[in-house]
Design a protein around this ligand. Structure first.
Ligand code: DAH
Length: 343
């Protein structure tokens, strides 16, 4: 068989194989087999040297034609395989917009925030507004300005965390600090509550945690009476527990109020007969309160001869625990969904 004939046969075979080929990888193999550097055409052309000049030229030409023919068969096949692959991919990756989506589960408000918002809304109803203050405080606002000078024994009950910024910079142990700031920055009459985070250097147990929340209340006006304080807090307790409960004001001591009292309410669960929540006593200790000490007013630039006021402060965790019947304060901070989902 002449070289020319061999080349033509090869072309036929190549074009047939290429047309029948079904995937890109073996198509490349075919290309290499026929027109690659070590492919069949190269092998045939090795015999070229034995031919006479004219003949060699002609066969050379045929070889080039055959190469082009195979190359273009290859290119065409490759284009249609590429296209088919793309079409297949597109049809696989088609987005079905009718499929239901994956929903993000919505959470809900933390029980402490719920109770805080409820407290705020009850006092809003009585004309109080919310005042804010810093959690990192000076001992002046946390103690001195609240009539608790350096060596006052009442400081012991509120040991907190000090910073190395300055020896007098601490994490506030009570939201009463905001009283002083409000009085110093605005003119009476005043009616504010200030909810917020407070800190105490305390061992952790079921009832105590080094971080907790309080709401402070302050009212300053002309001729404020203890009766008004009682009325305000009785209304608050009624709203918070959703029913009228007996209350009692037990004399107590706070440096910044005089007289001071602890407010107990009848236990909302047993209504006084004694149960587990109230430890059989029938009463729950809820908050501290009293008439603003004249020293505190004076210190904040308010004349106690002209103005008087009452104040109160409560722990939000404690109220939330009573309201929801929670027996361990640590539940609030563990972020355990089995707990949180119950509220
Ligand atoms: N700050 C007090 C505490 O942390 C609570 C308190 C008691 C606030 C009596 C008051 C108050 O405003 O009059 O124990």
């Amino acid at each position: 068989m002449t070289l020319e004939q061999q080349l033509r046969d090869l072309a036929q075979e190549a074009v047939r194989d290429i047309a029948a080929n079904e995937n890109l990888e073996s198509l490349e193999e075919l290309r290499l087999k026929f027109i690659g550097r070590n492919g069949a055409i190269t092998t045939i052309l090795r015999g070229l040297g034995q031919l006479a000049g004219d003949e060699r030229k002609r066969v050379g030409q045929v070889a080039n034609e055959v190469k082009d023919e195979i190359q273009s068969a290859h290119d065409q096949r490759k284009r249609s395989l590429d296209e088919a692959a793309l079409t297949a991919r597109l049809s696989l990756e088609k987005i079905d917009v009718t499929l239901p989506g994956t929903r993000l589960e919505l959470g809900h408000i933390h029980p402490l925030t719920q109770v805080t918002e409820e407290i705020i809304s009850i006092f809003y109803g009585m004309g109080f507004t919310v005042a804010d203050g810093p959690e990192v405080e000076t001992d002046f606002y946390n103690f001195d300005a609240l009539n608790t000078p350096q060596d006052h024994p009442a400081r012991d009950e509120q040991d907190t965390f000090y910073t190395n910024v300055r020896p007098d910079v601490l994490l506030r142990s009570q939201t009463s600090t905001v009283q002083v700031r409000v009085m110093a920055n605005s003119k009476p009459p005043l009616r504010v509550i200030s909810p917020g985070r407070v800190y105490r250097n305390e061992e952790i147990n079921a009832r105590k945690f080094p971080l907790f929340h309080q709401v402070e209340g302050l009212l300053v006006d002309k001729d404020v009476t203890f009766g008004q304080l009682k009325g305000t807090l009785n209304a608050f307790i009624r709203e918070l527990f959703g029913k009228p409960l007996k209350t009692r004001f037990r004399p107590d001591f706070f440096p910044f109020t005089e007289p001071s009292a602890e407010l107990d309410s009848q236990c909302p669960f047993c209504e006084g007969s004694g149960c587990r929540t109230c430890g059989g006593r029938g009463w729950l200790e809820l908050l501290g309160c009293g008439m603003v000490d004249p020293n505190v007013l004076t210190g904040a630039g308010i004349d106690p001869e002209e103005w008087s006021g009452f104040a109160f402060g409560m722990g939000i965790e404690r109220l939330a625990m009573l309201k929801f019947g929670i027996n361990d304060i640590r539940h609030f901070y563990n972020n355990d969904l089995r707990f949180l989902r119950q509220f």
